[in-house]
Design a protein around this ligand. Structure first.
Ligand code: FAD
Length: 473
């Protein structure tokens, strides 16, 4: 058995692990990263990127369809668009492949050694990896656990990734299902649900809670609910999935409602998106002496992402919510700096959350309810996209979107910003910056925003919070 010693061992090359490895190698540390699958992790290979590719293609298809109705749209007439699902998936795969190769060459360029194989720990700082050339033993001075998360399976509806799919299978559908049931109305299910609906699937959502996207407040959810209704997506809330029976022609999806009444629907595929679980099993975590957090599900970390074992760090989805790629990457960068001797700790004010549904939803910082619960006296301003010129030219106002700002009444410090509307995801950068810099309303009010852009809607929502918006009374 060969042995490789290193200063930093990273396990998992998702957005947490690969960023940690690149930064650690850039800082001159001898770095090894082990990945069992493809470099890029859930995000690049079967999550953020492939889903956004399909969402974009679906939007393009829907736009073309609008131009093909009688009389066209915007003076542009087109014939009925046709969908080649296999070609769409190949196009999506080509983006994934490009990014996977990009990550591999970035790791190489920075000087980190990527080892392909499954890491299994024998103690806190030693693991064995089964590689093509035999078993490799890696002994590390520091370990960064970045093993990520996987889709949760319902025990009575096991994934076959054809008729009963996880998000992974749903991103590889070779044929567009003419009818699809989505169990779970969280962001992953709804993003894919909107895309499938735009491509022409008949979509039914089954959600256990009394609303979809329950992490957001009513005002933020409303435009999405309207879009779903207008587009024939049937949303069943307060409903529990009971099972799915594979038939010759498809799947009979069964669920019960609040009153206990049973319902069933024959569909081509069922997509189960009921959440994700941290990858904590099957790689010797129990041999490492690393403690779990209070819930018992995630690896416990402190504000430096240190576990209870000296020199062992954990980052990303395996450490808990919010399970987001940008959180994992930011933690990864920070941990590399800490190992290199820089005394950093997690002090982020803003962690943006974006849902790429139709319309898109962005939330940064506190919502009005969260601010009130935190004991803040607040002022709130809201500006509709319908009053923003650029939104009209992009037809982004059609989904009743808006930008909402929450500020502390006493000193006008901005506490939270939310937006709903087509294309609002790209506004998140300015929102995060405003919060992270501790901006007050007057700072944004005094900043010139380019015309015509949707960022003017942010400027106006700030003016509205101050009581003197220009483009709305
Ligand atoms: P992961 O990306 O899960 O990577 C972990 C890696 O570790 C995997 O590649 C795995 O193979 C490897 N691994 C695990 N154990 C071992 C072992 N023992 N040995 C070797 N390798 C191992 N987040 C966003 O921020 N924005 C989005 O728009 C977004 N969209 C999403 C859409 C979908 C459909 C899904 C499923 C997720 C989405 N996410 C999104 C979430 C995002 O993908 C995750 O938060 C992110 O990938 C977590 O990064 P990570 O590095 O912690 O783990």
């Amino acid at each position: 058995m060969k042995t490789r010693s290193c200063q930093v061992l990273v396990v998992g090359a998702g957005p947490g692990g690969y960023v940690a490895a690149i930064r650690s190698a850039q800082l001159g540390l001898d770095t090894v990263i082990v990945e069992a699958d493809k470099a890029g992790g859930t995000c690049l290979i079967r999550g953020c990127i492939p889903s956004k590719a399909i969402i974009h293609a679906a939007e393009r298809f829907e736009n073309l369809s609008q131009h093909s109705v009688d009389g066209g749209h915007m003076g542009i007439m087109a014939s009925s668009p046709e969908l080649d699902m296999q070609a769409l998936i190949s196009w999506k795969d080509s983006i994934v492949q490009k990014l996977n190769q990009g990550v591999e060459s970035l790791l190489k360029g920075a000087g980190a050694e990527l080892i392909n194989g499954w890491a299994e720990f024998v103690d806190a700082k030693t693991c064995k990896v089964k590689t093509e050339d035999g078993i490799l033993r890696i002994e590390a001075e520091n370990v960064i656990l970045a093993t990520g998360s996987s889709p949760i399976e319902l025990p009575f509806m096991p994934f076959d990734e054809e008729k009963i799919c996880s998000s992974t299978g749903a991103l590889d559908l070779e044929n567009l299902p003419s009818k699809v049931a989505i169990v779970g109305g969280g962001y992953i299910g709804l993003e894919l649900g909107c895309a499938l609906s735009k491509l022409g699937s008949d979509v039914t959502v089954i959600e256990g809670m009394d609303s979809i996207l329950s992490i957001f407040d009513k005002e933020l959810r409303r435009p999405l609910e309207i879009w779903l209704k207008k587009n024939g997506v049937k949303v069943n809330t307060n409903c529990m999935a009971k099972g799915a029976d594979i038939s010759e022609t498809g799947v009979i999806m069964r669920w019960s409602d609040k009153e206990g009444e049973e319902h069933s629907l024959e569909v081509d595929s069922v997509l189960v998106t009921v959440g994700r679980k941290p990858n904590t099993q099957g790689w010797g975590l129990e041999e490492m002496g690393v403690r779990m957090n209070e819930s018992g599900r995630f690896i416990a970390i402190n504000e430096q992402c240190r576990t209870n074992m000296p020199g062992v760090y954990a980052i990303g989805d395996v450490t808990g919510d919010p399970m987001l790629a940008h959180r994992a990457s930011a933690q990864g960068e920070m941990v590399a700096e800490i190992i290199a001797g820089n005394n950093l700790s997690w002090d982020k004010i803003a962690m943006p959350a974006i849902v790429f549904t139709e319309p898109e939803i962005v939330s940064v910082g506190l919502t009005p309810d969260e601010a009130k619960d935190a004991g803040e006296e607040i002022i709130v301003g809201k500006f509709p996209l319908a009053a923003n010129g650029r939104a009209l030219t992009l037809e982004a106002e059609k989904t009743n979107g808006f930008v909402r700002v929450i500020a502390r009444q006493s000193d006008h410090v901005i506490l939270g910003i939310q937006a709903v509307g087509s294309h609002v995801a790209e506004l998140s950068g300015e929102f995060v910056l405003a919060l992270e810099m501790g901006t007050v309303l007057e700072d944004v009010a005094a900043t010139v925003h380019a015309h015509p852009t949707m960022t003017e809607a942010f400027h106006e929502s700030v003016l509205k919070t101050l009581g003197h918006a220009i483009h709305i009374s």
